[in-house]
Design a protein around this ligand. Structure first.
Ligand SMILES: [Zn+2]
Length: 383
């Protein structure tokens, strides 16, 4: 392994060096002796392993030990400032196709985990997308751009003129034709390397969802009907150990959450917590009981569908690559577009008696149960 500095620049300021790696962020390192700057100079060249770096520095600073140099390399790697100069690049055509993806992952890459590793995880991934409507069509284009290798699409709808407010996957000539077939054709034209399976069907039960999960790494759902569909997805994904991300549109907000089997509370746990809070006699309980009487009208416009589609695609990217931890596991995250995109989150507690959760072994990293902050169980949202 040959540590090399990533693309960054620095300048000495008295006893410190100021490192700039982002136009709006910098790092200040104490360096009264000049040893750090000397190490930076050698690391920029990216031609020496740790032993060679230690020998070269000891020639200039006799009191520097090999252990100190090794610790400094580890610290710089923790700060995500180093790459391995010997890492295997992707083939040239892929390096060009995924140029910006690789540049994005480079920020999170370390000596042990180069940017190419993140991209390879995407290329090897299989994502099941339920619904090719407002959420699905935005998420699908994002997953395709990221280079997710295999996609399974499920939808039973035909393209309708009213979809054009938010479903930019389709063209005028597609009106009246099958969404999954047109979506697959559009995605294949976008990137012929994608492998796409289409399922022209509605979801009628957990078993049907389970039948799609063989070899899947993640499921994304934007399906709103029937009202039981979220519980079916929850049951099937927990049993298969496949995480899922759900996104939807409310009249003035978007909402998303995810379930990480064995690590987070599940949606059945959320409904239990919600039922308990709705059973109360307060105004929230009354509103909760009235909510199902509201008509379901899809009010989703392009910017709203694009917003929730992007948030869901970002959560999917967290699960697929681990570049950051999921932010919506076991919690509703809401973005209010009436209030300057103010974001709130509502974690829900794990139900110790949850039958769905009992189907998966609990992971040691399961977060401690947190109190539900308000009632939010009515499936009145639209994907
Ligand atoms: Zn549960």
């Amino acid at each position: 392994m040959i540590p090399k500095l990533k693309e960054l620049t620095w300048e000495r300021a008295a006893d410190e060096i100021v490192v700039a790696f982002d136009p709006t962020e910098q790092l200040v390192l104490a360096d009264p002796s000049g040893q750090v700057e000397a190490l930076f100079g050698l690391l920029r060249e990216g031609t020496r392993d740790t032993d060679q770096l230690a020998r070269e520095l000891a020639g200039r600073y006799p009191d520097v030990t090999a252990d100190e140099v090794e610790s400094a390399i580890e610290a710089l790697d923790e700060l995500r400032l180093l790459d391995d100069a010997q890492r295997m690049p992707l083939p040239a055509a892929q390096a060009e196709r995924y140029f910006s993806n690789l540049a994005f992952f480079d920020t999170f890459a370390s000596l042990e985990r180069p940017a190419e590793h993140f991209q390879q995880r995407l290329l090897d991934a299989h994502v099941v997308v339920l619904g090719a409507g407002g959420l699905g069509s935005t998420v699908l284009m994002n997953l395709a751009g990221l280079g997710v290798g295999r996609l399974t699409l499920l939808d039973d709808d035909l393209v309708e003129p009213r979809n054009f407010a938010r479903q930019f996957l389709y063209a005028h000539a597609d009106i009246g034709t099958s969404k999954v077939e047109r979506a697959a054709a559009r995605l294949e034209a976008f990137d012929p390397a994608l492998r796409i399976r289409t399922v022209k069907s509605r979801v009628r039960g957990a078993a049907e969802v389970a039948s799609l999960l063989d070899g899947a790494d993640l499921l994304v759902t934007g399906i709103d009907r029937p009202t039981e569909v979220d519980l079916w997805v929850n049951e099937a994904c927990l049993a298969a150990g496949v995480p899922y991300v759900r996104g939807a549109m409310l009249p003035t907000r978007v909402i998303y959450w995810s379930v990480d089997p064995g690590r987070s509370a599940c949606y059945a746990c959320a409904l239990r917590a919600d039922a308990e809070s709705a059973a109360g006699s307060g105004t929230a309980g009354v509103a909760r009981r009235l909510a199902p009487e509201l008509p379901t009208i899809n009010r989703g416009i392009g910017p709203v569908a694009s917003l929730i589609g992007s948030l869901v695609a970002m959560e999917a990217l967290r699960y697929l690559t681990g570049f950051a931890a999921p932010v919506a596991a076991g919690r509703f995250r809401l973005v209010d577009f009436r209030a300057g995109l103010a974001e709130t989150e509502q974690p829900w507690p794990r139900d110790p008696d949850c039958a769905a959760c009992a189907s998966v072994p609990e992971s040691p990293s399961l977060r401690a149960a947190q109190p539900a902050s308000s009632a939010l169980g009515s499936p009145m949202w639209t994907g």
